[in-house]
Design a protein around this ligand. Structure first.
Ligand code: GLA
Length: 669
């Protein structure tokens, strides 16, 4: 990843997706005037406009987009120009029925929504390159163009004949020979040995449990295939004007077959879309998690701290199970500034103006169905002004000394059928560890196995199921250099092909942890394992033998009564912890606080009261403290410096309004 000048130009960008193709030109002028009033300086256009740009194969109608880009430029607003390839026009479907996707059950999908294509189908790829090339040729030097946004939220898969042929090619490349593939997939089990490449297929619906190696490789194949679809567009856009940065917006979620860390090396700027799915405080926890993930991916691609951008977020309602939840006044601002606190180069919404119809007619917008004389528009305008006042924080690097490892492939592998328990969830365990640290007030990096660990005092591996040899070396080097380690159940159990590491769990890390796990005792959903010290474990428990470690917490009652549940071991200067169950939230928070303290790590702002989130950014000897008050009470935090949003000096304590935010330029020490 290279970071081009635009993103480190010392201001925070503000805007969102705008769909002028849905409106007559009079509305464009109203919208641009409203954007200026709100302080918007970057809008994404063209995301779903393919059928308006190419109404028939090879016939282009670009005049309207010329006018839109000129209008924005005349008003000082820059453009993230999208390639519209996530929504092919109806003519494409009619002309290429064989490029429509097929589910694992063999059902071919049809036009009617978006994202309905097989990204391995040559006809789709050719059409996508075609429209991207037309846009590149026409707009690569347009003065409004600040960023190319390729596609929208890559994430669709397919099981058609095109996909299967491409999967075979990918497998040949990955494994080299059929013998190696048979070995990696352990096809000796259930007599699945392949004698010819032609016998190897996509994992379609089958009678009983599918082969885990095949399932995992299919996910990896799709991540790489979608990445190729991105890079071929990127390369032609780059050829048209190498100075313009290029990205694609990441969508987060368990279903996404994309290894975002790998992709980070191919984008000029990591861009994420984030929509919390919870209403209560969980929304704030999810926001912090998403922002820390994005920052980690940005660093992974760059090999050093790099900017990233919140590319889409909801200005008002969010989808929660069964309904939409209207964000309370101030919550949109707080969520937006939580992303900025954790490094986002700006705040972008989906979407600017609510559509009059279509599938997402009730999705929230800055300009809603009620117009701009609204609470949301007024809040958005105040947010635009606030971002202007926070520009000086942009060089600040988020300060964290605890890192949690996240690995997309471990998440995929744990979802396979035939595991000792349903619902095993690496991203969920990453979130649980992150949440515990968040409640402890400890800022955390989220990293990819193999990332540099300089500055990391405590590394956490939550259900990091797959352990490639390189990952094991990376963890070992960290510990032998004095770094502390906390490993939870189901980590290091399998190798990179999801084959079990033998000799007792957690195979890869037994010696570092001083434990050997003999057997699993997965818990039912409503079951709890009482622990010494008053807490409980859920989801999982294990028979743990000590081979050097000491018991910190034991199981109470049942077959595991008196046996270790949480252990600690000493390796040189480092302490290594093993956690064989999922502790309840309070126990987990106390455990991680203890592990961090032993590693010399304290809360970011120990004086911050409960419910006030604190994130510190630093540039040389200058630091900024972001304080987000998630409570409904006024809070005071002892501090000295200068509050940027009010412009007031702070001599002893800063006051943060209920649901409000304060950003302090701290007095230099
Ligand atoms: C994503 C998409 C948008 C829209 C929103 C709805 O971010 O990119 O087009 O569908 O989700 O939440």
């Amino acid at each position: 990843m290279t970071t081009k000048g635009l993103w480190i130009d010392g201001r925070l960008r503000y805007g969102g997706d705008w769909n002028p193709e849905q409106w007559p030109p009079e509305v464009w002028h109203d919208d641009v005037a409203l954007m200026r009033a709100a302080g918007v300086d970057l809008v994404t256009v063209g995301v779903f406009a393919w059928s308006r740009l190419e109404p028939a194969p090879g016939r282009y109608t670009l005049d309207w987009l010329d006018r839109v880009l000129d209008l924005l430029h005349d008003n000082g607003i820059q453009v993230a120009l999208a390639t519209p390839t996530a929504s092919p026009p109806p003519w494409f479907t009619s002309a290429h029925p064989g490029a429509m996707p097929v589910t694992a059950d063999g059902v071919r999908l049809h036009h009617g929504s978006r994202d309905t294509y097989c990204a391995a189908a040559p006809a789709y790829r050719a059409a996508a390159r075609g429209i991207a090339q037309v846009l590149a040729t026409r707009y690569a030097h347009h003065p409004a163009l600040a960023l190319w946004r390729v596609h929208n939220e890559y994430g669709t898969t397919c099981h058609c004949a095109h996909a299967e042929a491409a999967f075979r090619r990918w497998l040949r490349e990955r494994h080299g020979s059929l013998d190696a593939l048979n070995d990696a997939w352990v096809t000796s089990f259930w007599g699945q040995h392949y004698a010819d490449w032609a016998q190897v297929g996509a994992p379609r619906a089958t009678q009983y449990l599918a082969n885990p190696g095949q399932l995992l490789d299919f996910r990896r194949f799709w991540s790489d295939t979608l990445l190729c679809a991105y890079t071929e567009q990127r390369d032609l856009l780059r050829a048209a004007n190498p100075a313009v940065p290029i990205t694609t917006n990441y969508v987060l979620g368990d279903w996404v077959p994309v290894d975002h860390a790998r992709w980070a090396r191919e984008v000029d700027l990591v861009a994420v879309d984030h929509y919390p799915s919870r209403v209560d405080g969980g929304a704030e926890e999810q926001t912090a998690l998403a922002a820390d993930l994005a920052r980690g991916w940005a660093r992974h691609g760059a090999g050093r701290p790099a900017p990233w951008l919140l590319m889409e977020s909801a200005p008002n309602q969010i989808h929660v199970p069964g309904r939409m939840h209207t964000k309370e006044p101030g919550r949109m601002t707080r969520h937006s500034l939580a992303h900025v606190a954790r490094g986002s180069a700006g705040v972008m919404f989906f979407q600017w103006r609510a559509p009059a119809g279509g599938a997402e007619r009730f999705h929230s917008a800055v300009v809603s169905h009620a117009g701009a004389d609204t609470r949301v528009f007024r809040e958005a305008t105040r947010l635009g002004a606030a971002l202007g006042r926070l520009a000086e924080t942009t060089p600040g690097r988020v300060q964290a000394a605890v890192a949690i490892a996240y690995d997309a492939a471990s998440g995929w592998a744990l979802r396979h059928p035939g595991m000792p328990r349903d619902g095993l969830d690496h991203p969920g365990e990453v979130a649980a560890a992150h949440r515990a640290l968040w409640h402890a007030g400890i800022t955390t990096d989220l990293i990819t196995p193999g990332d540099p660990l300089d500055g990391c005092r405590l590394l956490v591996l939550p259900a990091l199921y797959l352990a490639a040899d390189a990952t094991v070396d990376w963890v070992r080097r960290h510990v032998h250099a004095g770094g502390h380690l906390l490993v939870t159940w189901l980590s290091g159990v399998a190798d990179t092909h999801a084959r079990i590491r033998l000799g007792g769990y957690p195979g890869a890390y037994r010696d570092l942890l001083g434990v050997r796990v003999e057997e699993f005792h997965p818990l039912a959903d409503d079951e709890r394992a009482p622990l010494t010290g008053g807490g409980t474990g859920r989801i999982w428990s294990e028979t743990v033998h000590l081979t050097g470690a000491e018991t910190v917490t034991g199981y109470l009652g049942g077959v595991l009564d008196g046996r270790p549940a949480i252990t600690r071991h000493r390796v040189g200067d480092a302490h290594t912890w093993y956690v064989s169950t999922r502790p309840d939230q309070d126990t987990y928070r106390r455990l991680l606080t203890d592990a961090a303290r032993l590693a010399g790590v304290e809360a970011t702002c120990p004086a911050a009261p409960p419910g006030v989130e604190a994130v510190r950014r630093r540039d040389g000897d200058q630091s900024w403290l972001f304080l987000l008050n998630h409570t409904d009470r006024t809070q005071r935090v002892p501090a000295t410096g200068h509050e940027l949003l009010t412009g007031e000096p702070v001599t002893d304590a800063v006051t943060v309004a209920p649901g409000g935010v304060a950003v302090l330029r701290e007095a230099r020490r």
